[in-house]
Design a protein around this ligand. Sequence first.
Ligand code: PEP
Ligand code: MG
Length: 530
Amino acid sequence: MPGPLRLTGIPASHGYAKGLLFRLDAATNAYVAKGSPEAEARALALAIEGASEQLAALATQTLGEAADMLEFQLAMLADESLAAPAFAAIEDGGPADQAWRAALDAEIAGYEASDDDYFRARSADLKDIRQQVLDVLVPASDLSLPAGVILVGDDIGPTRFLAVDWSQGGGIALAKGSSASHVAMLARARGVPMVVGLGPVPSDFKLPAFLDAEHGHVLLGPSDEAEALFHRAAEAFVARRRAAEESSAKPAATANGTPVRVLINVADPSDVERIDVATCDGVGLMRTEFLFGKPEGLPDEETQYRAYRKVLEWAAGKPVTIRTVDAGGDKPVPNYTVDEGNPFLGLRGIRLSLARPEIFRVQIRALLRAAVHGNLKIMFPMIAVPEEFTLAAALFAEEAESLAKAGIEHVLPPLGIMVEVPSVAIAPELFADVAFFSIGSNDLTQYVMAAARDNTAVAALNSVHNPAVLRLIASVAAFGSANDIPVSLCGDAGGDPAAIPALLEAGLRDLSVVPAQLALAKAAIAGVTL
Ligand code: PEP
Ligand code: MG
């Protein structure tokens, strides 16, 4: 039995777990050949159909991000080009299981070779799909994953994650994996500890293992002292999380009583279904890209109107800031964004909206109509020069006038901008006629530091703590308060307890955070003395 051993990876979802290791790739039964290419093709078609039915059934039991992810997988399974190479191999005499595996392996290799984190992370979905179909073709003796164990493997698909009863504890330790994967998002949303990038985990270790997903370790056979340290850190983590949850219903304030507004970032409108509006001060950023990235194509006015109205009604009068579509960069949208050598510096966000006014006008009309249902503010992403704001605002005015002429109910909301391109942060006085500023620290940091937000090789440079980034944030906050222009921050740093003290010191009093960070952000604010 090996040990003591400490493996180190990257935390993908914070927390601690102790449990037996359970291998995700445990042996399955052998495939029974069907005898003819026609029978093999039929077996594969039925397996794809069976897997789709299982996914659809699972989708009806899930909400928000998980439901989206399942829809994404269903759309991929429905795409005939995915299985075409497998059916071709079957025609050449191959068995269905090998043909399917080879076809998916080739597709996965393509995704894994991508330079883009987003596409690499999506390879986990393809592996999940590969497994779903294989599970129908070659039923294993027992597919259910036990509760309370630490799942170990190269990677884990979202549907297998959703099949586990996490109420009994447990965690995930992956040799590969990615913190940007769908599974990592699900794990964070559900508080399941997860570490990725550990390298090989010994499969013959039979004692309980210790997963420290706060610092990214797996301990096998630790010394008594290391085990005691693990338990102390785990207890402290649980106490911090509990204290944070208990205080999450109260408005946030610093230790010396300065109020801070904490809003939430949403993407899919169903994100708000699990959140009590009383725990936050509204929505500081609703990203609308999710509506544009669907397999069925770009969304029509009615689809958008319903999505915006749903969030506004949920907010019950609290402010909701919806951002016009920020496609491009790390968020490509089929049939909309263009192929570019350097998409982060290309036709992205407001630049693309202004270049495609026929598409932008549809979103504008949906927003103007939805504004009737709550306290809406609109913001434009990737603004670099004042003319972009002027042009976008003019389109809003034109569409409002045409709705008025048609007698359609609408409201023209306050129009603000993201501060995420350094030109705006350096010279905010050029934008003195906007209704508000919202600092996009994710992009502002990558552009100030010339370190891409999705490139782990330069992750250390991509830091909001760099004095250059903090100085720009402070100067925008000072400009806003001197000129009565509200300034908030909606990048990921707003929900990062390690960054919150510096952001408050920089003068910010409005932060918008991912819902999973709401309680921890409030707790971090309560620990700051200004
Ligand atoms: C940001 O850049 O900080 C931001 C909030 O926008 P996004 O992450 O969607 O680019
Ligand atoms: Mg941005």
